[in-house]
Design a binder for this molecule. Structure first.
Ligand code: 2AM
Ligand code: CA
Length: 263
């Protein structure tokens, strides 16, 4: 797809940050002996990737605002546009040498996401979408959500709470209702890639609670442009602010959402 100038800027920035992360990822394994060493190293890799992205995106578009996981928010001269960036989604995977993490970049205009890029640098898969232009992978592969319409033939992904976060009972109840009705539930640990995979039809749906706007901003437009639905768990909430997301292909969405929303 011939993307806009902004989309090209986003993909170039994602590739550059991705190259830096891949180099650091190769080092991580050597550092596993020292847990603290590995943790500090990954924090530095994360920050270095964010610096690359900030440099690329704000040099190309100096008037845009900036919101990112590590560096917080800055307002631009143009109050209508901002970059929403997660330099390393799936940090825990990265730290453990699991090749499942991504760079996520979204462009917001007047409160709406208008473009999104999710780059899985370890597998060299670039997922991207622009409003009204469809969703794509790598050079020219059009993304479509899957056509499966039966829960029992469908697989879903979610995120399980880590540490002692309070939402474990909710997710266990979800799993108790959903698992018996489906072909299985997966837990991969990188929200941006979970959404990209729904867009690619690799699984039928995904839900997770307590996410941040930078985890999902790019994924949401990729899912929608691939023909899928993405909504907040609370149907009256605002998807990006709510942070509790449910997305799926069109034929399965209602059945899936009914089970998750328990109504
Ligand atoms: P992150 O890697 O950018 O932090 C997985 O369930 C999602 O939760 C990921 O997108 C991940 O984004 C986020 N997350 C935040 N803190 C996490 C943690 N300590 N462990 C696992 N995932 C975390
Ligand atoms: Ca994230």
């Amino acid at each position: 797809m011939p993307g806009s100038a902004n989309l090209n800027i986003m993909m170039k920035a994602a590739r550059k940050a991705g190259r830096s992360l891949v180099k650091d990822f190769r080092e991580v394994e050597n550092l596993q002996v020292s847990m603290k060493g590995a943790g500090d190293f990954v924090s530095r890799a994360d920050l270095a990737a964010e610096e690359i992205l900030k440099d690329e995106l704000l040099s190309a578009r100096p008037t845009y605002g900036w919101l990112a996981e590590e560096g917080g928010e800055t307002h631009g001269k143009d109050p209508t546009r901002r970059w929403i960036v997660d330099p390393l989604d799936g940090t825990t995977n990265f730290l453990h040498g699991l090749p499942h993490w991504a760079v996520s970049i979204a462009l917001e205009h007047k409160g709406q996401i208008v473009a999104g890029v999710v780059f899985d640098a370890a597998k060299d898969e670039m997922f991207y979408a622009e409003k009204g232009q469809g969703a794509w992978m790598n050079d020219n592969q059009r993304l479509r959500v899957s056509a499966r319409s039966r829960l029992i033939e469908s697989i879903f992904a979610t995120g399980l709470p880590f540490g002692n976060r309070p939402d474990l009972p909710d997710i266990l109840q979800d799993l108790g209702r959903l698992s018996p009705a489906t072909a299985g539930v997966r837990r991969w640990g990188a929200a941006a890639l979970d959404m990209a995979y729904v867009a690619a039809g690799r699984y039928e749906g995904y839900w997770e609670r307590r996410l941040n706007v930078w985890d999902i901003a790019a994924g949401v437009i990729i899912v929608k442009e691939a023909g899928g639905f993405a909504e907040p768990l609370n149907p009256r909430g605002d998807l990006l602010q709510d942070g509790n997301v449910i997305c799926a292909n069109e034929p399965i969405f209602e059945q899936f959402a009914k089970v998750i929303r328990n109504n």
